[in-house]
Design a protein around this ligand. Structure first.
Ligand SMILES: [Zn+2]
Length: 201
């Protein structure tokens, strides 16, 4: 399984020449390219802990617009040089959810995604604790669906609100809807029931 399916790798993790100075440096993440402003989807689920320009001294200086997600192992995954961010701090993210768009903000020579995994989240968002992101994802991605379910289970919805939405959906789908639409309504209604602690039907 290739965790970076759909991307061209423009610079791998590990030793390389600094693209600005030509000096040998350690590349703390992997550089991935789709196209400028391509939607970027989260590789792993977790909670958003940063979603704006990374300022010098914070652990994200020079990385431009950064979305950082803390996974259930306590590691930080971050998506750098984004053109724009599409999530908010505190938000729970599922794997595959769009978190922003590919860009070239910060210290960057062209539009790409710098993706980095840090094994610690403090201090400075785990600066200096980076690990090979491909190896990390290959290890955890087979379990991502399960992790996603665990994260999803944290949704806590009021029973009254859930029932209101179910009623609204029921009207929207209607009795004349196709079998597929009826099945989809049934699935959505049960997700809402689960989220509000009710028995599925
Ligand atoms: Zn990079």
């Amino acid at each position: 399984m290739n965790p970076f399916d759909g991307y061209r790798i423009s610079s791998p993790y590990g030793p390389r020449k600094d693209p600005f100075t030509g000096q040998p440096v350690h590349h703390t993440g992997i550089d991935l390219v789709k196209f400028h402003q391509a939607p970027i989807y989260a590789f792993m689920p977790g909670m958003v802990v940063h979603a704006r320009e990374g300022l010098v001294g914070t652990g994200f200086g020079g990385f431009g617009n950064v979305v950082a997600i803390k996974d259930s192992c306590g590691a930080i995954q971050f998506y750098a040089h984004l053109d724009s961010t599409a999530v908010k701090v505190g938000q729970q993210i599922m794997a595959g959810q769009m978190i922003g768009r590919q860009g070239t903000t910060g210290r960057s020579t062209g539009s790409h995604l710098h993706f980095e995994v840090r094994l610690k989240s403090t201090p400075s968002y785990g600066y200096g604790t980076d690990t090979n992101p491909g190896v990390y994802l290959e290890r955890f991605m087979p379990n991502v669906k399960e992790l996603g379910k665990v994260e999803g289970a944290k949704i806590n919805m009021d029973k009254k609100d859930a029932d209101k939405i179910i009623l609204f959906l029921s009207a929207a789908y209607g009795a004349t809807a196709s079998k597929d639409a009826q099945a989809e309504f049934h699935r959505l209604a049960n997700e809402l029931r689960k989220a509000s602690g009710q028995a599925v039907q």
